[in-house]
Unconditional design. Structure first.
Lengths: 302, 101
């Protein structure tokens, strides 16, 4: 039986008792929040799940998500539950490479902050965003984009009928509108103003590459990591560096990553993070496997 | 398409109630036909999709999802009762559901 640790990107919905669960694992969650405060200048020590300041601000939400993921994976590994393989969903890549020992906690926070700053600088005030389309295939969405000549693209496929789209805000809104009229079961604009996995962010490449080269000491991963972009196995610092850079602007395919993990013999998935968004997505994946979001993990440790 | 009888109606209700109880980690007794799927149960549209897949397999139907999507624009589903009603219509009328308007 193989175990994969999988890492969410943003937290769209909390279970509500994540902090208590982490405390019961004796994790370093509070310490890690202090570290994040020191590096970013944002007061994370006052974080609470109910406080919208931390959940609605894009950068804060991403850092909190990273801290939850790193704190949980550390606690699990310390208690003997080790992964055979790792996969990060979108910006969950940072927590995946932290868990692999490629970077330390502080480096991960610096990477997130810098990726955010460079992305903001590249889009330079262009209104942009991301959306969700449920009920259409990838091909059907691409056909809408072409037919309406929209500055939008598919960012990620969660399953055959569940996708994220990204691009200029007006184009994303038009795409969602046409998709709904075409017969999508549901469309929604996400609370994300950065067009992740969009070609609009391609120009982040040079500056982010330079930042990583000069400031981040990438090490070989202790566990194989699946690329969300092309499902290659990432272990060497060079491959991981390319993935980090490309992850900002390349289309990813979570469905393909999940299938790859299943084909590699993974039957146990640990959702290392707050909420259970990856469990919800996984219900459309065929195969005999078990998903453990944070509130179910304790059963594995007893 | 299948003609609806009491057995099918009861099956659909039971599957939907059990599905939401499991997915939302609550007791089935806490769910009523008036429960708001998003507001009360913290459900999501992926659950609607999952249920369509479950019933499509169960009743051996070939459903064009876009037809359901178009129908749901005029007939949005917010509560468990409305979801049961729509699911029964899908089972009964299949892709001809839009002809009901």
């Amino acid at each position: 039986m193989k175990t994969a640790f999988i890492f969410p990107a943003f937290i769209s919905e909390y279970l509500g008792n994540e902090i208590q669960i982490l405390d019961s694992f004796s994790s370093r969650f509070q310490q890690n929040l202090t570290t994040a405060s020191r590096i970013t200048g944002i007061d994370f020590e006052r974080f609470s799940i109910e406080n919208k300041l931390y959940t609605e601000d894009e950068l804060s939400s991403q850092i909190i998500s990273y801290i939850f993921s790193c704190s949980l994976s550390d606690a699990l590994i310390y208690r003997g539950l080790k992964p055979d393989i790792l996969a990060g969903y979108s910006m969950g890549l940072y927590a995946a490479i932290y868990t692999g020992g490629v970077i330390d906690l502080e480096e991960g926070i610096r990477l997130i902050v810098m990726a955010f700053k460079i992305s903001k600088s590249v889009i330079n005030g262009i209104d942009s965003g991301m959306g969700s389309v449920i009920g259409l295939t990838r091909k059907e969405i691409d056909e809408i984009i072409v037919a309406h000549n929209l500055e939008a693209e598919i960012a990620n496929s969660n399953s055959i009928y569940s996708h994220l789209v990204t691009g200029q805000l007006e184009a994303v809104n038009s795409l969602l509108d046409v998709a709904r009229k075409t017969g999508a079961l549901n469309v929604s604009l996400l609370n994300v103003k950065t067009p992740y996995h969009s070609q609009l962010l391609k120009e982040t490449r040079g500056e982010f590459q330079q930042f990583i080269t000069n400031h981040i000491k990438l090490k070989k991963s202790n566990y194989p990591i699946i690329s969300s972009i092309d499902q290659r196995m990432l272990e060497s610092p060079d491959k991981i560096k390319i993935e980090l850079i490309s992850n900002l602007f390349e289309r990813i395919n979570w469905m393909a990553s999940f299938n790859k993990l299943l084909n590699l013999g993974v039957t146990q998935f640990i959702e290392c993070g707050a909420g259970k968004s990856l469990q919800r997505i996984s219900r459309f994946m065929p195969g005999d496997f078990k998903m453990y979001p944070m509130n179910k993990i304790k059963t594995l440790l007893i | 398409m299948a003609s609806l009888n009491d057995k099918i109606k009861e099956e659909v209700r039971e599957v939907i109630y059990d599905f939401f109880a499991e997915e939302c980690e609550i007791d089935v007794a806490e769910i009523t036909d008036g429960s708001n799927i998003i507001g009360d149960l913290e459900g999501d549209s992926l659950m609607f999709l999952a249920l369509i897949e479950i019933f499509t397999k169960k009743y051996d139907q070939e459903i064009d999802l876009k037809t359901i999507g178009k129908y749901s624009i005029k007939h949005p589903v917010e509560t468990i009762g409305e979801l049961i009603e729509m699911q029964l219509k899908i089972i009964e009328h299949g892709n001809k559901i839009t002809e009901l308007d």
